[in-house]
Ligand binder design. Sequence first.
Ligand code: C2E
Ligand code: CA
Ligand code: CA
Ligand code: CA
Length: 279
Amino acid sequence: AKTAGGDLAKTFQPSMQAALERRARLEDDLRRALAANQFELHYQPQADFAGRIVGAEALLRWRHPTDGFIAPLDFIGIAERSGLICDIGAWVLQEACRLLAQMAREPGLADLTLSVNVSARQLAEPEFVGQVLQALVTNDTPPQRLHLELTESVLVANVEDTVAKMGALQRMGVRFQLDDFGTGYSSLAYLKRLPLDALKIDRSFVADLLHDPNDFAIARSVITLAGSLGLSTVAEGVETREQHDLLAQLGCPAYQGYYFCRPLPQAAFLDFVRAHQTP
Ligand code: C2E
Ligand code: CA
Ligand code: CA
Ligand code: CA
């Protein structure tokens, strides 16, 4: 066993070192990415079950000069640990509010909402509320159209602070959604403490909806629970017609996923929405 462990260590050391080096390099690159204009937002439309678009989720993309597009899961963690997420998050808010204001001026698109992901670290910053207000005011964005998606990790930090910030923004009209609902440790406690407007059913429950009775039971319960709390529900990761139909049957108000549309660059997103909304 001892030799096996030693062999294992030898095998994994170089790849671990490579991973650490890549991390350090990405952090350096990330530091320069904002100034170098390497970030982009893609937008994934969200629809109701009558097939109407109700809004979209803004998803961050990093166009790395040598590595190409890098998915958020490969750099959000680094951005959070290094604190860079606050500047990046401020940029995301600016960009989303700019597009939201543009859509608000276009007949047919004026009612659509945009959801922006906010990380726990970003929300914990004292400047957070000011950053959101600045993005809304400088772009002349209707606050009601901005939805902020929080994950359950926000409560690990400081509940009173989180609730106070959410309240301040909510009084301006901003809405809040709890992302990845059901994947954390104490989802129900979050429901009780946070002033929320909607829940997002995590795609891990949607994936096996048709074949796993537990996932079906969870999805059905979340939709019912949200309804009785006066919250809306958005199902994520809907990939098939069968999943779509079942969620419709369960009374889910809205969904997003590859079945309806993949995340699109801004221009393609606007084309898609205009074509779709035209009667
Ligand atoms: P999320 O908030 O759960 O976002 C949904 C993810 O599911 C997106 O991945 C999206 O592309 C993907 N997705 C959408 N429809 C489907 C589907 O039908 N099937 C499957 N398999 N996947 C689908 P993405 O864009 O790679 O984002 C990953 C995560 O990165 C997000 O998860 C979110 O937590 C984080 N993220 C993205 N943008 C931002 C941002 O601006 N700020 C922060 N703090 N986090 C972000
Ligand atoms: Ca999200
Ligand atoms: Ca999610
Ligand atoms: Ca997720």
